[in-house]
Design a protein around this ligand. Sequence first.
Ligand SMILES: Nc1ncnc2c1ncn2[C@@H]1O[C@H](COP(=O)(O)OP(=O)(O)O)[C@@H](O)[C@H]1O
Ligand code: SF4
Ligand SMILES: [Mg+2]
Length: 390
Amino acid sequence: MKKQNSGMLSLKESRKISKENFRITKEFEKNKKRKVDASFYTTTMHNNENVIEFDDLHTFFFTDLGVVKSVNGISFDISKNSIVGLVGESGCGKSVTSLSIMQLVQAPQGQIVSGEIRFNNDTLGLDEEGHAKCFDIVKMPTDQMYKIRGKDITMIFQEPMTSLNPVFTVGYQLDEVILLHQEGATKEIAKEKSIEMLKLVGISDAESVYKRYPHQLSGGMRQRVMIAMALAGNPKLIIADEPTTALDVTIQAQILELLKDVQKKTSASILLITHDLGVIAEMADYVVVMYAGRIVEKGTVLEIFENPLHPYTIGLQKSKPLINSDNDDPLYSIPGQVPNPINMLNTCFFKDRCERCIQKCETGYPNEIKVTKTHSVFCYLYEDVKEEVK
Ligand SMILES: Nc1ncnc2c1ncn2[C@@H]1O[C@H](COP(=O)(O)OP(=O)(O)O)[C@@H](O)[C@H]1O
Ligand code: SF4
Ligand SMILES: [Mg+2]
């Protein structure tokens, strides 16, 4: 795109982009409403032990300033009965990833443009070769998505009041979820299950909380209610996007402990999104590090904490506050900022902030280097390792 000297787009250029965006997004919106056969959005898992597999997912925003590539070709899996931590600074694309799973990216400007999100809810059986049949969320029409969203896949947000309705009681809202998703549920059954869910999330006076309105509860209590709501449909995958950021430190620890406990009791998997590596260390089995819309490193929690490789992962670890530290030195922070992923050059996106940049880093975006079966990194510093492993 030609730019004026100031780096700003001219009105003419901006109008042209806007017109083009309208054309592109209209097509995507049309596709979401198409009547298609189930075979169109059914595929098979690459590994039956996974609940979800992201495969080269791209989610873009078509803005008047250009295309924001918020999620730019990410691939990772979440195995059944596990907690996967998705970490990166603010603006790295974590929330857009989670909204893509739910098909809740802000439309029409936000669209999943390519890739697959294979979701295995264990209801479709196996194909002739024994692979689990599953949905490809990217291809699912909106009306089909309603059947899994809020039931098989649920979400816990940072701010509970964005999901809890202030004018209805906690009990009413919980009952609604159960009545919607549990076949044959009566009001009595729903109430019973709601109270059971409130107890499961550690609310001892469940009967009384059931009758209260959200504003009558503390922040920590509201977050517990949100978790109860997320559990009400017996989900396979719970997405928790910065679930404790708005809470004070002691309550944070309690909620994280609760999430861990709930994960064990229900065997659902959790995608835990946070900017805080400390939280990941406590909670996750597997870690995915994102930067400017791409994955820069992924591995088991041990691999990421004992042998972090990408300079960005190392920087995040250095900037993690140490509990019990009596050191008064100011906390390290990675110099610079996450770029807005628009018109990015085809080189390592972290290059401008990287202290270990080598000549090769000028040559193109680094490929994935598999260090172990579970650990991989996208960085030129480890090219030799690749040869050793292969
Ligand atoms: N509705 C939107 N319109 C345009 N750009 C957006 C929108 N939502 C998010 N983005 C951009 O996508 C990138 C990733 O955002 P997000 O996923 O919210 O980051 P994170 O959750 O990691 O903090 C950011 O550059 C952000 O500005
Ligand atoms: S590829 Fe180069 S610029 Fe990017 S993180 Fe590695 S060393 Fe730094
Ligand atoms: Mg976010």
